[in-house]
Design a protein around this ligand. Structure first.
Ligand SMILES: *Cc1c(COP(=O)(O)O)cnc(C)c1O
Ligand SMILES: [Zn+2]
Length: 418
């Protein structure tokens, strides 16, 4: 049972009851879940966690909801894979990939949605809603179906076709809005104040939603034998995930499960066509100027990121850095990851790998560090981004002569001498 004290304003520290609230009515700061860490420390242990299910719910003591109410499609506890071939290409040493392509609906969003809807149901909501760049809609529709809740999700019209189909199949309402994500989000903020009986996972129950991302830190620490990495690289859309990965490592330290949870360096990755946080970092600015997104990394296309400032602060205060990747670099990142490690990531993963490569080149991510890169979404959802570049290497007549024309002998020779 989680020991949740209150919701607390990140700006002024005022506390609020554990309800569907997300902004401080005093200073308009965002609210965050506050726990009684001493009480959690007294009950949590590595052994109690090991006895839990192979999902995010093994960390229920550090989540804002109770196990019996959890809506569980099996999100989380995804593989942490050592990436020796990719590390060699990038000139890095001990590199790991957190393979979140393997979640139930193919992205890390299953973590946040599983927590948000579990809490929403606990609070009595019967309708799940969200503003989405695609993966969130997909996950909300799936988890709502699983929970027997109604769902109504809002997406920009220009989404990848697979993300539309894999959302629609779950049978909820899927509303395509003529505009970009920031337009969708603005509309949903208005709708949320009108339809107070809808749980908008990233609006009125956002404090609970964002807690789900902490499991990305919990799992990595457990998978590294209850130690923390030196440096992590995290993609940024709203910035929530990056901020909560930091909170996750710190909490493990606070409850006595790891040492130096506060020393993890955090670097961020954005698409060049939507990089407001990276720009603020490069300019040494202390506020974020919204942009109009134009990138193939649609899942990261948030021009006015709600947690952008907190992500920037987390990167700065941990000694990390921020990078950005062009569309061409994103595609190269996807291919590099696929050809070296056998993992097919969506465009967001291409952003992470391309930015990791640049950070390594700049000497910011170092060879003597133990590094984790978060691969947050599955490539099957953004196949169209690869365009014509992912076709057959040869097309031949169904004859031996046809095959001979491919020059396969030099290929076979290369494979032998590898
Ligand atoms: C939403 C998303 C992100 C970023 O999440 P934020 O918490 O909004 O920064 C990263 N990768 C993928 C695949 C996503 O869908
Ligand atoms: Zn406040």
């Amino acid at each position: 049972m989680a020991i949740v004290e209150s919701l607390r304003c990140r700006e002024c520290g005022r506390t609020f009851p554990v309800e569907a609230l997300h902004v401080c009515d005093f200073c308009f700061g965002p609210l965050e879940v506050a726990y009684d860490y001493d009480a959690i420390a007294a009950s949590i242990s590595k052994a109690s966690i090991a006895k839990g299910p192979p999902t995010i719910w093994r960390y229920v003591d550090l989540l804002p909801t109770a196990t019996p109410s959890s809506i569980d499609l099996g999100a989380g506890f995804t593989p942490l894979v050592r990436a020796e071939r990719l590390a060699a290409e990038l000139g890095l040493g001990e590199l790991y990939l957190k393979d979140d392509t393997r979640n139930p609906t193919g992205s890390f969003k299953d973590r946040v949605v599983s927590v948000a809807l579990s809490k929403a149901r606990e609070l009595g909501f019967k309708v799940a809603a969200c503003a989405s760049t695609g993966n969130l809609a997909n996950s909300v529709a799936a988890h709502a179906a699983r929970a027997g809740m109604a769902s109504i999700v809002f997406i920009p019209t220009d989404l990848e076709r697979v993300k539309i189909a894999t959302t629609a199949v779950f049978g909820g309402r899927l509303v395509a809005v003529k505009g970009n994500y920031d337009d969708v989000n603005r509309l949903c903020a208005e709708l949320a104040s009108e339809h107070t009986d809808w749980a908008f996972v990233n609006v009125n129950v956002r404090p609970y939603y964002s807690e789900g991302s902490k499991t990305l830190a919990f799992e990595v620490a457990e998978q590294l034998g209850w130690t923390v990495p030196d440096h992590v690289v995290v993609p940024i859309a709203s910035g929530s995930q990056l901020t909560k990965i930091r909170k996750g490592f710190r909490e493990l330290d606070l409850v006595g499960l790891v040492h130096e949870g506060d020393s993890v360096r955090i670097s961020g990755a954005q698409a060049d066509g939507c990089s407001p946080v990276t720009t603020a970092f490069e300019q040494g600015a202390d506020h974020i100027v919204p942009v109009r997104p134009n990138t193939i990394a649609k899942s990261l296309a948030i021009g006015n990121p709600a947690d952008g400032w907190y992500a920037l602060e987390a990167v700065r205060s941990t000694g990390g850095a921020l990078e950005k990747a062009t569309d061409a670099e994103i595609l190269e990142g996807i291919r590099l990851l696929a050809r070296t490690e056998g993992i097919f990531a969506e465009t967001a993963g291409g952003v992470t790998i391309a930015c990791l490569a640049k950070l390594a080149q700049r000497g910011i991510v170092r060879k003597d560090e133990r590094v984790v890169a978060y691969i947050t979404g599955n490539g099957l959802k953004t196949v169209e981004a690869l365009g014509d570049t992912a076709g057959p290497t040869d097309t031949i007549a169904a004859t031996l002569e046809g095959f001979a024309s491919t020059g396969y002998e030099s290929f076979a020779e290369k494979a032998r001498t590898r």
